[in-house]
Design a protein around this ligand. Structure first.
Ligand code: 2AM
Ligand code: CA
Length: 277
């Protein structure tokens, strides 16, 4: 691919933060003996990675705003550009030494995502996309899968934590309904990489509720530039504000939205009947 100056800045920052995460991953197995140790260590690891990203990105683009999972919001003098950064997506995988985690960097201009980079330092897969320039995995151009039938589709999802009671019940009914129709379902543990896998055509669709802007910012550009469709769980474009995502190719995206709607209607119908009795 032709690296623009913006993508170059993002790649350099991600690689430096990636080296830090990889060093920390190597340390994790030594910490498994202490029960509290690994979790505390991981929260230090993602803070260290975010600090590197903040340093490098703000040095290269001094005026841009910055929103990071660990550091919250920093307003810049340039009100139109904002970095949206997750220094470690897939924290639980990282904590367990499972090499499915990533650094995610999105660039937003005037409310629109214009560039995205997702980097898994464990296997050195570097996903990049810039508006109008296509989506890439290292030097390979990406395209969403061509499969049209749900019965052949591999769908990924995210599971809301049990303490979000309503979200969890809704997820269970959605999962049951999707499993009745789709070929297979996976839960891989990193929203950012789930979106990369859809962009790369490895998976056909993905949905999740209750996630944050930094989990999806970069992935949105990747999906679109790979020729895919991305929306919130209702089919609208409010994924960044309502924290839900549904994506896939044109056909699978539409079918997956239908399934989510049907599952929700199915869950509400018995409640409504009970209320009438
Ligand atoms: P994280 O690893 O950065 O927390 C897993 O389905 C996805 O949901 C991951 O991308 C995870 O990102 C994200 N996520 C966001 N908030 C979460 C939460 N409160 N609990 C679990 N996963 C969360
Ligand atoms: Ca995350």
């Amino acid at each position: 691919m032709l690296y623009s100056a913006t993508i170059n800045v993002m790649v350099k920052a991600a690689r430096r933060a990636g080296r830090s995460l990889k060093r920390d991953l190597g340390e994790i197995e030594h910490l498994q003996v202490s029960l509290k140790g690994p979790a505390n260590f991981v929260s230090l690891a993602d803070k260290r990675a975010e600090e590197i990203l903040l340093q490098d990105l703000s040095k290269a683009r001094p005026g841009y705003g910055f929103i990071g999972e660990e550091g919250g919001m920093r307003e810049g003098t340039d009100k139109s550009h904002t970095w949206i950064v997750d220094p470690l997506d897939g924290t639980t995988n990282f904590l367990h030494g499972i090499p499915q985690f990533a650094i995610s960097i999105g660039l937003q201009r005037e409310g629109t995502m214009i560039a995205g980079l997702i980097y898994n330092p464990a296997n050195e897969e570097l996903y990049m996309a810039e508006r109008g320039q296509g989506a890439w995995l290292n030097n390979t151009r990406l395209r969403v899968a061509a499969r049209r039938e749900l019965a052949d589709a591999l769908i990924t999802c995210g599971i809301p934590p049990l303490n979000r009671a309503d979200g969890h019940a809704r997820f269970q009914s959605e999962l049951a309904h999707v499993m009745r129709h789709a070929g297979n379902v996976r839960r891989l543990g990193s929203a950012a990489l789930d979106m990369c896998f859809v962009a790369a055509g490895r998976c056909d669709g993905y949905w999740e509720r209750g996630i944050q802007t930094w989990d999806m910012a970069a992935g949105i550009v990747l999906i679109r530039e790979a020729g895919g469709f991305v929306s919130d769980a209702e089919g609208r474009s409010d994924m960044m504000s309502n924290g839900t995502v549904c994506c896939g190719n044109e056909y699978i995206h539409r079918r997956l939205l239908d399934l989510l709607r049907e599952a929700d209607a199915g869950r509400r119908a018995p409640l409504a009947r009970a209320a009438q009795l």
